[in-house]
Design a protein around this ligand. Sequence first.
Ligand SMILES: NC(=O)c1ccc[n+]([C@@H]2O[C@H](COP(=O)([O-])OP(=O)(O)OC[C@H]3O[C@@H](n4cnc5c(N)ncnc54)[C@H](O)[C@@H]3O)[C@@H](O)[C@H]2O)c1
Length: 350
Amino acid sequence: MRVLVTGSAGYVGAVLVRSLELSGHDVAGVDTQFFRDALVADEKSGARVRPGDVRRFEVSDLRDVDAVVDLAALCNDPLGGLNPSVTFEVNHLAAVRTARLARQAGVSRFVFSSSCSIYGLNSRHPLTESDPVRPLTPYAEAKHLAEQDIARLADGDFSPTFLRNATAYGPSPSFRLDLVVNYQTALAVTRKEVRLRDDGLAWRPFVHVEDLCAAVRAVLEASREIVHNQVFNVGPSEDCHRIREIAELVVAGVPGAELKATKEAQHDARSYRIDDAKIRQAIPGLIWRKRVPNGISELVDFYQSIGLSEEDLASTRFDRLATVIGHQRAGRLNSRLYWAAGCDPSGNHS
Ligand SMILES: NC(=O)c1ccc[n+]([C@@H]2O[C@H](COP(=O)([O-])OP(=O)(O)OC[C@H]3O[C@@H](n4cnc5c(N)ncnc54)[C@H](O)[C@@H]3O)[C@@H](O)[C@H]2O)c1
């Protein structure tokens, strides 16, 4: 299958491109490359990855492609809150436009990378895809709007699928420390401590980044009737944890690390658990291979291999929001997040 991955240079994209190639797919990628400094490994990939902004896509960019995996986005609540109108422009409008151009170009499959964060606040029971959503942030709201508008494009020749991903963790060549398991494990490795930012009672679902990519692959390889215009939660039901439990798992997985006192008064309003039955029943070949404790021990080895230091935790390098703010302050990105003249890896500028 000829697959175009948008956001191919990001945390998920860098793992996905390799895993699709290993499965024999012909992979191309597009990424505006906001996070070049977060690269920790040479990508030994034959994929044709080119710099480019999805907001500037033309129909010709999507020709000769069987499937699009749409990952390009401003990826998390803090970055999504920096300038909500740009978040809607990229995460909602550009995603819908990419899907429309893909349909026009004759692409038959479109996998949209959504997020469980659209469930917002509902932790009474594990949520299925038909439970009501309650997006609480611009990031989550934009993902929800994109799901709804792309679903309307589905027809006999165009099959979108919506993956509501849990919070990812684990090593990637384009690394992020602004993800709970990655960050807490980094704190434990470098400072021998784990700290909660609030009471730690909020629930979150988690998924290893390789399992997330396995779900994308499984959806691409599944027959059309199974995935046509379907929404799937992505992540094992068993790996929904309160944030405090993640801290405890990290302490158990990193010798010498301790859990430090917390700011008990603060509470995260976002809290949700997911039910993964739908994707497991639809695609029985998809198996979650990793759990959070596996990820923590992999991360310990990974941090050693890349020489992660305390300075890395304080730097902007692995933090998506801080990196974007750094580009803006240095005049490399403008307020709409277009590269300034001379800074755009594609040679374009706004
Ligand atoms: N990582 C997670 O925990 C998680 C959880 C749920 C959903 N998701 C979704 O998965 C996808 C990938 O997330 P990630 O963790 O790899 O994030 P990331 O920030 O590492 O990667 C996103 C990539 O998109 C690129 N990008 C942003 N705007 C672009 C634009 N206008 N044009 C072209 N490229 C652009 C960035 O340069 C970056 O490389 C996103 O859609 C995200 O919402 C991620």
